[in-house]
Design a protein around this ligand. Sequence first.
Ligand code: AMP
Length: 208
Amino acid sequence: MRMILFGPPGAGKGTQAGRLLERHPELAHLSTGDMLRSAVAEGTALGRQADVFMKAGDLVPDTLVVGLVMERLEKPDCRDGFMLDGFPRTVPQAEALDRALREAGIALDHVVVIEVPDELIVERITGRRMDPETGAIYHVKFSPPPEEAAGRVVQRKDDTVEAVTARLAKYHSETTPVLPHYEAQGLVRKIDGVGPPHEVALRIERAL
Ligand code: AMP
């Protein structure tokens, strides 16, 4: 299976990606957000360039992100299927992906769009915390971390109200225009992202 996980920041893409991987362990998980955060943490040239955009809640320029994804898609673990998470986020990124898949002779199966109203997103994101040791995602109110992890959870630098507002605006102006492209190919599966994660996971599984 080759799929894209699509949706606004805070829609639950990371959480649902984890659940999807439990059920479909053959899939390679390609999260551009995670890849970029690793590059920033490692202090690579790409990471240093990306950091400025990410902190401000802006999109990282297409040329940087496309190169990163194309390199990753060539790795052997992508041969049995992949899940793109957070990519493509602009029309030029979607076009670059199309070209690469066409050249490789492979096709996408699903574009899963997790829908959550804007009003819920700020509360979801500003309460989000991550366990740096396990990668598990929590929420201070909706899904608090267990006692042993509570002392070490961290907040992402771009999970502030200001950055979230900027990221949501970018989602509406730059990212949603990608959808008609996939709708025309009959690939879009719209999922109601409101509700407990296990229910959203069930809706996704039914749609696949
Ligand atoms: P995410 O973890 O998916 O919310 O991504 C975090 C941040 O990384 C975004 O706010 C962007 O600054 C950057 N980013 C991730 N994926 C992309 C992408 N496909 N295109 C441009 N910027 C991206």
